[in-house]
Design a protein around this ligand. Structure first.
Ligand code: SF4
Length: 638
């Protein structure tokens, strides 16, 4: 039997899959050629998903309850009755806001909207902010009125594709395939990145920029385009606001200053400006770019570069940073949010919550200790709670603080719908096999918990809820929910080429040019290194459970290594305002001098997790996480 479904992992692909099932067991996972975006592609991480996750011998198949330092197996009734009793007591004694709901990015399907409904109807505290983007969305809202990206395939119409702070060869393989096809067709691929990533290594031009100075490069390119008179004056006059102030900002810097700030030789800045202005040129904004305090301003100057050079509203142009995975659904099912806690500042906020204090935390599809900043702060804050419940597939770094573990189904065992942050389609999730062991879906878990707590906030069957959540899509396409479970449908209201009519969603209907610049520039002082943390090509989010003990690795440029007096392979201590950890230092010329690079997702208990030294904070706008603002000191370990 073959089952058509969709990958729901934290990845922009949301690839269509064909799952071969024999005797109720998944035998293989392949790509579904019928999916309009992935067209038969899937990555090797998901091709082996049935071996590494679904049937992993480390998967937890029964509810667990903490007993001192041990876990003991309990029945669902005992687990849920305990959770219900503690949560009801919290509501009575402290108020419902003492219960905190943490929803991670591990799976963002339609039915997961009901998780927020459950906690909102209870009056609990939920999350705001993000560990990923946020600042680009905020910038697009300020400039265009809202974020609308180009159809990914529209990059095939570009003459030049600028990939800015992103590594699609690792983080968005479907987009990468489109980019490579464009390159084979003779299009120029430019990457702007402080690291020589897998993407940069294959680009036609790699502009290796000092981290945190991207805004100045955008200003430099715009300045050249204006000074050479190859800008779109008509667009600036008729469709934009603020052009005088914006031009003053461009005038405030000389090219040699901008070249010095960014570390890009003037010759290359000119080459980039002339390449970009020989459009149509598209810009793809990445997550790396969004991990600085002021990255919304950087994104605004990148938007402006596209606008003043005539690259908005045309095929093969635009500035794209992704899509809203919940854009096609009716999010009103979530009900109104009550008190909110910051995702980027989770540990700190959890400790400081007042009136009422936090008493109970319920976590789904997330591993905040491992993936959020300041791991030890999060861990210690969670340990102070009366109860921490986690819903997941495996025990992980967050389970050190958990009291109850509820085993969740994987997407291969679920029926649902999923949007994507990498393309504009809603795709079906069809259960290929029955749940392993006693694993249950989050929908089932919260519905049962609701019954144990004497609530009626999730009454209705799974199909009834899917119909309600997907109503905008069903109405638009004139289809039934059963149709939507057969194949992907496009989210209404997302054009392939946005803003062709130059009517923007801002109040004035014009594009808003930026007029502000942040004051702080620079990468590191002499004694500290800016730490960049990126995704590894081997796993998504945090690593699947592994036995091998291997010290965390940190990569620095050979010149920097020399200055610090360290040698490749030495064991060092990394120290920041958040804490310290041990690591093996590695020499790598892929990293910009004066910086350090490490990979996210390795475990505290298996040799270290880089987020133990990442300081918690939030971006100035867009409520993102400024991971790349952490400076570390590296010392030899004696
Ligand atoms: S590329 Fe992303 S969406 Fe596609 S199968 Fe792999 S993890 Fe899933």
């Amino acid at each position: 039997m073959r089952v058509f479904t969709t990958c729901t992992r934290d990845c922009p692909g949301a690839c269509g899959l064909t799952v071969r099932v024999e005797g109720g067991v998944v035998r293989s996972i392949g790509g579904n050629r019928g999916h309009p975006h992935s067209r038969g592609f899937l990555c090797r991480k998901t091709a082996s998903y049935h071996r590494t996750r679904l049937y992993s011998d480390k998967r937890i198949l029964k509810p667990l309850m903490r007993d001192g330092n041990q876990w003991r197996t309990v029945s669902w009734d005992e687990a849920l009755q305990t959770v219900a009793d503690v949560m009801n007591r919290c509501v009575d004694e402290y108020g419902a806001e003492s219960i905190i709901y943490y929803q991670g990015f591990g799976a963002r399907t339609a039915l997961r909207l009901l998780n927020r409904r459950f906690f909102n109807s209870l009056g609990a505290t939920t999350l705001e902010g993000t560990l990923c983007g946020g600042t680009a969305i905020e910038a697009h809202k300020m400039d265009f009125g809202k974020r609308v990206s180009h159809e990914p395939r529209d990059h095939l119409n570009s003459r030049n594709i600028f990939i800015w702070g992103r590594n699609p060869a690792v983080t968005d393989l479907n987009l990468w395939r489109i980019i490579r096809r464009a390159q084979r067709n003779g299009k120029t691929i430019v990457t702007v990145d402080p690291l020589r990533t897998e993407t940069a290594a294959r680009a036609d031009i790699h502009c290796q920029i000092k981290p945190g100075t991207d805004m100045y490069l955008a200003i430099a390119l715009s300045k050249i385009i204006v000074e050479e008179g190859i800008h779109d004056q008509k667009f600036m006059d008729n469709h934009s606001e603020n052009s005088d102030v914006y031009l003053n900002v461009l005038d405030a810097f000389s090219l040699s200053e901008l070249s010095g700030i960014t570390g890009i030789p003037e010759k290359m800045v000119y080459e980039l400006a002339f390449t970009y202005s020989d459009g149509p040129s598209s810009i793809i904004i990445g997550w790396g770019l969004q991990r600085y305090f002021n990255s919304h301003i950087t994104c605004r100057f990148i938007d402006a570069l596209a606008a003043i050079s005539g690259n908005i509203g045309i095929r093969g142009g635009g500035v794209s940073s992704g899509f809203d995975e919940y854009g096609g659904f009716d999010e009103s099912v979530c009900l109104e949010d009550r008190r909110k806690i910051s995702m980027p500042l989770f540990g700190r906020d959890l400790e400081n919550l007042d009136s009422p204090e936090a008493k109970c935390v319920f976590i789904t599809a997330g591993n905040p200790v491992n993936l959020g900043p300041n791991s030890m702060k999060t861990l210690s804050a969670l340990r102070k709670m009366d109860l921490v419940v986690m819903v997941d597939h495996f025990l992980n770094d967050t389970s050190y603080a958990a009291d109850i573990f509820l085993p969740a189904t994987t997407f291969l065992e679920e029926t649902d719908l999923v949007g994507s942050y990498g393309h504009p389609y809603i795709s079906p999730v069809n259960a290929a096999v029955k749940p392993s062991g006693e694993c249950r879906s989050e929908f089932w878990i919260l519905k049962r918990l609701s019954e144990f707590m004497g609530l009626d906030n999730l009454e209705g069957s799974l199909m009834e809820w899917l119909e309600i959540i997907a109503a905008p899509l069903l109405d638009y396409h004139g289809i039934e929910i059963q149709d939507l479970l057969k194949r992907p449908y496009r989210v209404p209201g997302i054009p392939e080429v946005p803003f062709e009519d130059f009517k923007f969603y801002t109040e004035s209907r014009r594009f808003i040019l930026p007029s502000e610049i942040p004051s702080e520039v620079g990468i590191s002082d002499e004694k500290s290194l800016r730490l960049l943390t990126v995704m590894n090509s081997e796993w998504i989010g945090s690593r699947e459970p592994y036995d091998e003990e291997k010290l965390l690795e940190v990569f620095i440029h050979p010149e920097t290594l020399l200055k610090t007096g360290l040698e490749d392979g030495e064991t060092v201590t990394l120290e920041s305002g958040a804490g310290r950890t041990c690591a093996t230092v590695r020499s790598s010329d892929k990293v910009y001098p004066g910086c350090a690079l490490s990979f996210r997702g390795t475990w505290l208990s298996r040799g270290g997790c880089i987020n133990t030294v990442i300081e918690d904070g939030k971006t100035e706008r867009g409520h993102g996480t400024p991971y790349h603002e952490t400076r570390i000191k590296i010392k030899k370990r004696h």
